[in-house]
Design a protein around this ligand. Structure first.
Ligand code: MLT
Ligand code: MN
Ligand code: ZN
Length: 315
């Protein structure tokens, strides 16, 4: 192919479009130590946009896993996701074949509105997540004669893009913030929060779990043997937002297990055999964002990486 997209290399590839949690890094209204310092250009901190991963096996057809509010910026700065050569495809084209949504959170669905320009693609998710999107009239901006909403059953493999088989699996989590009632179950296992198992042409495996309220035996079994796991790195300490004076909620209340602590992901992963583990969906308060911090050392010594925007991962 003449577009330099590396078509037909036939290997699973994931590009981190945005590594931050809801709010981004820095968050527009936040003066926590990380946000204030990254705004001032302090070394060791790098801005990050909100949560999204792009996946391909042939370099020409891509799936976007979660559509972040910054999707248009993310696409502009990612040449692999630009329209192909107009000489071959005309004046409207996108390599985006499918958008897959893992929960109904604002940081994962609002980017669909940025893709509203009479362009054909598929939107996949569980029936429950797609219903939440569909019930909101603003998403009628996506012309349904072009944009197909296709519900996917849990635990049933399906073709995500050419060369990539995906399976959605339930992950403990909660309903989106805007659907919370009086009482909130923060670690429900069902269709509201899912992880994605991705298998490439040679059997290489990536698991993507940007939100997880707690580790379960079933989830450990599901992740075991993956070449790469992208996992919920929202907070380092469960109460860090409270301790930093920027919120009243714990990570647990938001449906996110912390990295540290007895119920944290660092401990949980010690006995899960995976080759490479990468934190994504990182909240701006997380001290592990800062290179050289003790939290960053703890994470790295446990074998984890902290995702950055633009990180290009091939298992
Ligand atoms: C979350 O991951 O907890 C949500 O994105 C929070 C939010 O919607 O602001
Ligand atoms: Mn989020
Ligand atoms: Zn902040």
């Amino acid at each position: 192919m003449s577009t330099g997209r590396g078509a037909a290399n036939g290997r699973l590839r994931a590009l981190v479009l945005g590594a931050a949690a809801g709010g981004g890094f820095p968050q527009w209204n936040c003066n926590c130590a990380n946000c204030a310092d990254v705004r001032r250009g302090v070394r060791g901190l790098e801005p990050r946009t909100q949560s999204s991963l792009a996946v391909t096996a042939n370099g020409a057809e891509w799936a976007i896993l979660n559509a972040s509010p910054e999707i248009t910026t993310q696409l502009i700065r990612t040449p692999a996701l630009h329209p192909a050569d107009p000489a071959s495809v005309g004046n409207r084209h996108t390599p985006i074949h499918t958008v897959l949504i893992t929960n109904g959170d604002i940081d994962h669905v609002t980017g669909l509105l940025g893709l509203r320009e009479k362009q054909a693609f598929r939107v996949l998710g569980t029936a429950e997540i797609l219903a939440v999107i569909d019930q909101n009239p603003i998403f009628q901006a996506l012309d349904r004669s072009l944009v197909r909403f296709e519900p996917v059953a849990l635990d049933e493999p399906f073709a995500l893009v050419p060369g990539v088989t995906a399976t959605l699996f339930p992950v403990p989590g909660k309903v989106p913030l805007y659907l919370e009632g009086e009482t909130v179950v923060t670690d429900l296992e069902g269709e509201n929060t899912v992880g994605v198992d991705l298998v490439g042409p040679s059997g290489e495996r990536i698991a993507y779990v940007p939100g997880c309220a707690r580790m379960t035996g079933r989830l450990k079994d599901r992740l075991a043997g993956a070449d790469v796991v992208f996992f919920d790195g929202t907070v380092f300490t469960d109460d860090e937002m409270i301790a930093q004076g920027v919120g009243q909620k714990t990570g647990r209340r938001m449906g996110h297990m912390a990295m540290s602590g007895p119920d944290g992901s660092l401990d949980a992963f010690r006995d899960i055999p995976v080759k490479r583990r990468i934190y994504v969906h990182i909240n701006n308060t997380n001290p592990a964002l800062r290179e050289g911090s003790s939290a960053r050392r703890t994470v790295e010594e446990a074998g984890w990486e902290i995702a950055t925007d633009g990180m290009d991962v091939t298992p």
